[in-house]
Design a binder for this molecule. Structure first.
Ligand code: SF4
Length: 239
């Protein structure tokens, strides 16, 4: 448990630090008690590369909803080969067939919050159950809902320190890093997809659009739930 004062101190102390400094601190401080999640976006590629240089033993996991794009599954193998990481697949015990039987076909259209809760939030909670800190690639410039993202925050529901080492980086900085280091990335980024999630809920966007405008287009939903977990967000009790 971190107090508000602890969190303020961390954010102040690391305000001017690069992500590598923050990752080294997390590794030294938490050891196997820290893990990074990735959806294989551009920020995640940067962090995975830095982790591969600092300590490839830091666990990196992804939430496999069984609904990722083929291009994303292909990238996983490319990253493991290039970075020497063993990426951990975390998934729900509820198959797509069972989900259809329980809640109807295409739950992502009828109740996307419930679909995300089953396929992302619950597996995330389960995986982080024995962790003390959680590294993410979210950044302030990705959307209006992320513009106040701090480097460090306490996640009450998960009881972990959430660390976002790239919170202050821009889209340009991330892509510059990827190009300089010749890192693999999701080829959908070259086809108008700045943010990539599950195929039923992701579309290409115009250049002038918000980076996450292609996610859950046509609905008020902007996050899958893993970055805003509170009891009231739990859609598992919805009818
Ligand atoms: S992003 Fe869409 S398909 Fe993926 S878990 Fe959420 S609602 Fe379901």
């Amino acid at each position: 448990m971190k107090t508000d004062q602890d969190i303020t101190e961390l954010n102040t102390n690391f305000e001017k630090s690069g992500p590598d400094t923050i990752l080294k601190w997390a590794n030294e401080h938490y050891g196997k008690g820290v893990a990074m999640s990735t959806g294989f976006g551009a920020s995640g590629i940067v962090l995975m590369h830095q982790i591969s240089l600092i300590d490839p033993g830091i666990p990196v996991f992804y939430l496999d909803t069984d609904l990722l794009f083929d291009e994303t599954y292909k990238l996983i193998g490319q990253l493991e080969a290039r970075l020497g990481l063993s990426l951990i697949r975390v998934n729900t015990a509820v198959s797509l067939e069972e989900q259809s039987r329980l809640y109807g076909d295409k739950l992502w259209e009828t109740q996307p919050d419930k679909c995300c809760y089953i396929r992302k939030v619950l597996p995330l909670r389960s995986f982080l159950d024995d962790k003390k800190a959680w590294i993410t690639g979210i950044r302030r410039d990705q959307s209006a809902s992320r513009k106040h993202t701090p480097l460090f925050q306490w996640e009450n529901e998960l009881e972990v320190l959430k660390i976002s080492p790239l919170a202050g980086w821009t889209e340009e900085e991330v892509w510059s890093y990827i190009r300089i280091n010749d890192l693999p990335y999701n080829e959908l980024h070259d086809n108008g997809y700045p943010s990539i999630g599950c195929w039923p809920c992701t579309r290409a966007v115009a250049e002038s659009d918000d980076l996450r405008a292609g996610r859950w287009t046509g609905t008020s939903k902007t996050e899958c739930g893993i970055h805003k977990i509170t009891v009231s967000d739990d859609p598992g009790t919805d009818s």
